[in-house]
Design a protein around this ligand. Sequence first.
Ligand code: ADP
Ligand code: MG
Length: 683
Amino acid sequence: MDFKRNYEYLLSDLSSLKGVGIKTANLLKKKKINSIFDLLWKLPKSYTDRSMSTKIKDLKIDETQTINIIPQKYSFPRVKNLPNRVLCTDETGEIDCVFFNSYEGYIKKILPIGKEVTISGKIKYFRNKYQLTNPKYISEDSSLIKQKHNNYSLTDGISEKVYNKIMLQIINNLPKIEEWHSKEILKKFDNISWNDAIKKLHQPDNIGKFKENFYQRLAFDEIFSTFLVNSEIRKKIKKFKKIKKKFDTKRQNEIISKLNFSLTNDQNKALYEINRDLCSETKMFRLLQGDVGSGKTIVSLLSAFNTIISGFQVAMMAPTEILARQHFLLAKQIFSKNIRLELLSGKLSLKDKKDILTKLLNKKIDLIFGTHALFQKKVEFKNLGLVIIDEQHKFGVNQRKKLSDKAGKNCDVLLMTATPIPRTLTMTIYGDMDLSIIREKPNIRKKIKTYSKLENKINDVIKFVKKEIELDNQIFWVCPLIDESKKIDHTSAVKKFKYLEKLFPNQVFLLHGKTNIEEKEIILNKFLKKDFKILVSTTIIEVGIDFPNANVIIIENANKFGLSQLHQLRGRVGRGSKESSCILMFKSNLSDNAKKRINILKDTNDGFKISEEDMKIRGFGDILGFKQSGIKTFKLADPIHNQNLFILAEKEIKRIEEKKEKINRFKPLIKLYDRADIINDIA
Ligand code: ADP
Ligand code: MG
């Protein structure tokens, strides 16, 4: 088969294009454009209309215009710094084409004396004459010039003209691809084929036409391919039959009755969903999503308990040791002595560690807590029945898949994340998992009062802090995120620390990017034990840790953070029963737009709502570091504006799943659009 007629042509290297040498290919690679397919999503930002031609007498200075001219006379001065010139005319006047650094031979070729040539460019007027310097758009074939030329936002070192040429070449060589969508789906997009849609996408007149069928179809392809891969992963996980867990929830309810609070409805519902999964014969792969402080830990511990009383072991992993320890201590508190708990800490002696490993293998431990160290090869279980992973929102789909594979045949998997995100995004990012959501927060929580303050009012803030300290409360002081440079952030944190240390001697500790892990844990533990009052830190304080006595958080340069990030930071306080406050500090008066944003934060404590607003403002790739997680961002689709497409894609996936349709016809779609490494063992 002709290679060019197959979709694989689109995946081939850029250097297979005419006019793209190593140099250009490398420039593009720097922009993460590695294949022809990648180039398709580099869209024109605007166009220059060169389709109308004018006469020389009607030329307008400083505007881009197109004229038909006849070269009359060359003037090649052969003196350094003096340009070559070609005098050209039409029946109404004269114009000079001026060339710096162009060879005579080249000039003679593109502007042959006596032949009509079409040129286009920005016209200047110099010494009583029109002139066009270094014209790029010249051709004897006027149709090549007289059209709308796309302007791409250029990669350094590649000119518009080269770009247009490359794109034209690709568009003209698009392989015919067999339709992958069903007739019903295609109808929704007026039956436009993928090829035609791509062609339309690059037509100058279509720039910015997001609502048209070609754009919608292509956005849908993108969403659909992601969902399809998720669905395939899910199917694979569900294929495994496991031993059902058997337990009586009476015992779980006994534990609940001894808590000093009752579970919220959402907690109960999540627990019910998890228990149902534990008891089913298919493997659980579930995400427990709930805002900071919504009480996920207790739900996960109860499901751990149920797993244990049905005769299995459980591993619970947290991102930091201090959080693992906190979970461990909580479990110790609520479970009876019959449940054998351990913490696999980095601080243990070699002997103690070995001891734990042996016990795990002999099933002398029921529930183990730890960091990612729990996933080392040498950590082996007798019969692991459930893995719980806390605060995993930075795991990409790849890592999750590996985890599920690794967890073993009878092992259910529960992931937890405190990153509320809009539903369209959840479908995208976590579509391979089942989902339980805790939306409602324990109602004993008092609202966190949120204030904004100008930086020059810092004395008011200090007064406030003094009062809080007198009440024996603790304070988080988050230092300005100045820019991407960690060094400047660091200096400013140290400065703020010194400033506060003077005001509150022996009451202030500092955490920054350079504090090593051990030291960090020591400081956090001290803070937890109320050994000091103010914790100064740069940006993110460890997620998940409960500091019930901290009830004030001060965030400097708050405008540098996104809403979701501010919400997460704010969630560090207000976990106990005290009134708490969050003070957002700003360098200068807020713009109306910024005020609007901050008001959202003041008005609501619903992380889902906040993240939706945040996404509207900043785009979804940016929220909460999802970019770093390797989660691919869409090129065309937009989780806010294309909600209907996300829902349509979800429906179509369900239909395919229910009908058990073969997915062979989607192979090109998946190969083109998706994460090849995952798909290898699928398609
Ligand atoms: P997160 O969902 O952020 O992990 P945690 O599980 O750490 O939240 O819970 C935060 C705090 O709320 C803990 O101190 C926990 O004991 C408490 N908590 C959990 N559920 C409830 C509830 N239903 N009512 C009151 N407090 C609760
Ligand atoms: Mg938590």
